[in-house]
Design a protein around this ligand. Structure first.
Ligand code: BG6
Length: 511
């Protein structure tokens, strides 16, 4: 008989009455992620009837126009189809629009007055969650204006006032420190929720449960048994309409500083003292602090940057990155990065962590491969030579979320050995529903649980590492950035990075 699940505290808790104020309310993120997440929380009965949603943006618009716009966008998000009109109407009655400029002080005074006048204010009182879904240059100015309008946390008040900050959180260490300084002037650290949406993904959360909820992995999880670790976040989509932002970011800032480092810390961290946010953040921070960076020449030799050329993926023409709208015609921004990192601590010393990410690649997949030491071949040398395949634990973050062990077994009917896979895939069991990352993150921010958000010191440590590579790149500009064909898995240089160490990338469709 199957054991009953052990349910952690907070699960299925109703979120307390809160006003959720979204800055950047007419943007893509609000339409595609935030409102659909709120709708699903309403549907699951997680939102208290005293929760109101207020969109704040520049364009004049009535509440009804705003609601109609959100309803239309909701219908286009596949997970929400078909939209349950009864639920939507119940939610839409508590959605409001407040017109105002992000920099205009008066707008914030009007917002404060509007919050008090809403019918739900009798329930949410002074409890507010401010969601900054705007361009990053507004994060600091919004916090300052909220403070002047009396909307920041009140000393001694039991009513929480919290801030969700979207990425990017700074563009290097000094800008992240400056942003932290401004935010901390008005909000204590435990009221600031910095989003990395990868932490909201079920399979990413499962890394902790998988590692620390089983007894068989821990003895193997170290330099004695593990040869190396690979983390790949491959995207099939090209930069598309986001060229303006992306050209000043690049793959290193856009994906590696946040998402890839979060995956790496969850794989490499020591068991935390508890599942509380502070204990988990402390262990993740130690991993980042243990990343050893070599001298500049070696740092450059361990990294690969490249850009996609013109080509096609599955017959769909793809312009060269430099011809994408919003991108400088001679841009040297990388759309692909690979890096060999070392976590130089007692557990991992000598175990390389190879990471890579890129756009316009052959397949969309995010995967972590833990590659174990090669078994001695003595017994099977006659059939397989000196090189038995290594055992691999393949953790599939998306799509086809799951976990697979790859090991050697006898080929039936033959005196031969081959690799086989033993797997668990979430979607084999259709009753397994994987909630969207934003649903989980919103609930956690509403109840004040910061475990799945990035703490200030973590963000700064991650920037410190990325800055070292960025500065090395800037000091040694290469006249010709390597190009790769759309639909490939990056440039040949990325393959060479592993081949030098007699290793190869695992490309998602193997095993
Ligand atoms: C975002 C990046 O943080 O993550 C995008 O800015 C990227 O460039 C996206 O496409 C990937 O997220 P996901 O959930 O689709 O893997």
């Amino acid at each position: 008989m199957e054991a009953q699940p052990c349910v952690l505290e907070n699960e299925a808790a109703k979120v307390p009455p809160t006003s959720i104020v979204i800055f950047g309310a007419t943007g893509d993120l609000t339409h595609r992620k935030i409102i659909p997440a709120i709708y699903h929380l309403e549907k699951e009965g997680r939102l208290d009837a005293g929760c109101a949603i207020i969109g704040y943006a520049r364009r004049p618009k009535t509440d009804d126009e705003f609601r109609a716009e959100l309803r239309q966008a909701l219908g286009e998000v596949s997970r929400s189809k078909p939209v349950d009109e009864t639920i939507w109407r119940r939610l839409a009655n508590r959605i409001y629009y407040q017109q105002g400029d992000l920099l205009d002080e008066q707008g914030y005074q009007q917002l404060a007055a509007r919050l008090q006048a809403l019918p739900e204010s009798a329930r949410f009182g002074q409890t507010h969650l401010f969601y900054l879904a705007t361009a990053p240059e507004y994060f600091g100015p919004i916090a300052e204006r909220l403070a002047r309008a009396g909307l920041t946390p009140l000393p001694g008040s039991p009513a929480p006032r919290r801030l969700i900050v979207e990425k990017p959180f700074g563009r290097d260490l000094s800008s992240a420190q400056e942003l932290n300084r401004i935010l901390h002037t008005h909000f204590p650290e435990d009221s600031i929720f910095r989003i990395d949406h990868y932490l909201g993904k079920e399979t990413v959360q499962n890394l902790l449960y998988f590692r620390f909820g089983n007894s068989i992995y821990e003895p193997l999880w170290n330099r004695r048994y593990i040869d190396h670790v690979q983390i790949t976040v491959a995207e099939k989509l090209e930069v598309g309409r986001r060229g303006g932002y992306y050209d000043s970011a690049g793959a290193l800032r856009d994906m590696l500083q946040n998402h890839i480092f979060q995956l790496l810390t969850l794989i490499a961290m020591e068991p935390p003292a508890s599942l509380r946010a502070a204990a988990i953040h402390a262990e993740k921070l130690k991993v980042l602090q243990s990343i050893a960076l070599p001298a500049e020449d070696e740092l450059l030799a361990r990294s690969v940057r490249a850009q996609y050329a013109a080509g096609a993926i599955d017959g769909r023409p793809i312009p060269a990155y430099c011809q994408e709208p919003g991108v400088a015609p001679h841009s040297k921004t990388e759309t692909f990065v690979a890096w060999k990192l070392e976590v130089d601590n007692w557990r991992w010393s000598g175990v390389p962590f190879y990471v890579r990410t890129g756009k316009a690649l052959a397949r969309q997949f995010t995967e972590i491969n833990i590659v174990f030491n090669r078994p001695p071949s003595v017994l099977f040398a006659a059939v397989c030579g000196q090189r038995l395949s290594r055992n691999v634990l393949r953790i599939r973050i998306q799509p086809n979320e799951g976990i697979q062990w790859i090991f050697n077994a006898k080929l039936p009917g033959r005196q031969a050995i081959h690799e086989v896979g033993m797997d668990f895939f979430y979607r084999k069991d259709s009753s397994q529903y994987l909630p969207e990352a934003y649903e989980r993150l919103l609930v956690d921010a509403l109840v004040g649980d910061a475990t799945l958000f990035m703490r200030s010191d973590e963000v700064e440590a991650a920037w410190g590492i990325v800055d070292r590579l960025r500065e090395a790149w800037d000091r040694q500009p290469i006249p010709d950035l390597p190009l790769y064909q759309p639909g490939a898995l990056g440039p040949a240089e990325a393959d060479a990075l592993l081949e030098r160490d007699q290793r190869h990338w695992r490309n998602g469709d193997e095993g």
